[in-house]
Ligand binder design. Structure first.
Ligand code: PMV
Length: 331
């Protein structure tokens, strides 16, 4: 089924702007159980379900309005994005899918590095979908908004909420059962630490990376079942507030995903020397009694998981760390 038909199923003919501009914020999210591999490339339907934690006030704020011009104007962090850039083309393709034959002025401010494995596309597309929902008064329920965001970027489907979010892979070829939902669990003393080791954009996009991995890694056949188990165990760890389990499972799941990319042919190695150094430092710190874990997405940067009580020890170990308390969101 084509993406256009799914959009029609979601929106019908609601394509009339109801106000002159709209604005929305969406947090970035980091997967603890990773999404890696698509069962449908065009609709961003995943092979496995995944679970993420949003980054509180870190994300993207997007303002949109219609223009009478003949192309979109996209401004990112104060700079106009050239039309030949991939980012421009991706966003424009999504806009013409949702609202064909109209053009927009889009002003996005993101307070996380773009394209460096910090879930910038997730919050970008989620904020855009929320702003479109407002501008055109789609009045879509959360489940449908999540499906619409998924058509922009898979992980965007999880960026509509704060806290823990589960994305159900679903089995429907049209993807109507592939959407995310927030989990009713809060964990106020849980922290993320962002370690920006390399702010440059990743060399292979997540989409290309996962497809290449799926087609060429001999380990990929084990992934769907493995990810299913991780998800079930992570949910148990959340219910029991078992930080050791949460950290151990999250770290292992990230390493398993990178084992897939590294055994693809040719291999994809997202880590840099600094990434490995930081990982060794974390593993040693743990041996020395500091309970700290890491996760890594399709980029060289890593994110740490730790509890409030260890915040100053972690900061001493990594002074450059950006500390995020996902459950302390300022509105
Ligand atoms: O949604 P995408 O295409 O940016 O892919 C996201 C892939 C990972 O960040 C590595 C994993 C995840 O579940 O977010």
């Amino acid at each position: 089924m084509k993406a256009e038909e799914i959009v029609f199923k979601l929106l019908g003919n609601k394509r009339l702007a109801r106000k002159s501009k709209a604005q929305a914020f969406a947090p970035a999210n980091i997967a603890l159980c990773k999404y890696w591999g698509k069962r449908d490339i065009c609709l961003n339907l995943p092979i496995n379900s995944s679970l993420s934690l949003s980054l509180g006030n870190y994300g993207a704020c997007t303002e949109i309005s219609l223009t009478n011009g003949s192309q979109n104007i996209i401004v990112l962090n104060g700079k106009t994005v050239p039309t030949e850039e991939k980012f421009f083309q991706r966003l424009s393709a999504f806009l013409s899918l949702v609202i064909p034959e109209r053009f927009f002025y889009i002003n996005t401010n993101a307070n996380i590095p773009i394209g460096a494995g910090l879930a910038s596309s997730a919050c970008g597309f989620a904020a855009l979908v929320l702003a479109l929902n407002d501008l055109f008064a789609f009045k879509l329920p959360a489940k449908k908004l999540s499906i619409l965001a998924r058509l922009g970027s898979g992980s965007a489907t999880r960026s509509l909420w704060h806290g823990f979010v589960e994305w159900h892979a679903g089995t429907d070829p049209e993807g109507m059962d592939s959407y995310a939902e927030p989990l009713p669990i809060t964990w106020p003393n849980l922290n993320f630490g962002l370690l920006i080791l390399d702010p440059t954009p990743k060399h292979i996009s997540s989409s290309n990376g996962m497809e290449h991995t799926k087609l060429t890694s001999p380990l990929y056949t084990a992934w769907p079942e493995y990810a299913k188990n991780v998800l079930a165990q992570l949910k148990q760890a959340l219910l029991k507030k078992n930080f050791t389990r949460l950290g151990t499972l999250s770290e292992q799941c990230a390493l398993a995903m990178h084992a897939l990319t590294q055994t693809a042919s040719p291999p994809i190695i997202y880590s840099k020397a600094k990434t490995l150094q930081a990982m060794h430092k974390i593993i040693q710190a743990r041996k020395d009694g500091l309970e700290i874990y890491f996760t890594q997405d399709a980029g060289a940067n890593i994110k740490l998981l730790f509890l409030d009580q260890d915040a100053s020890a972690v900061k001493k170990l990594f002074p450059e760390l950006i500390r995020i308390r996902p459950f302390h969101v300022e509105h």
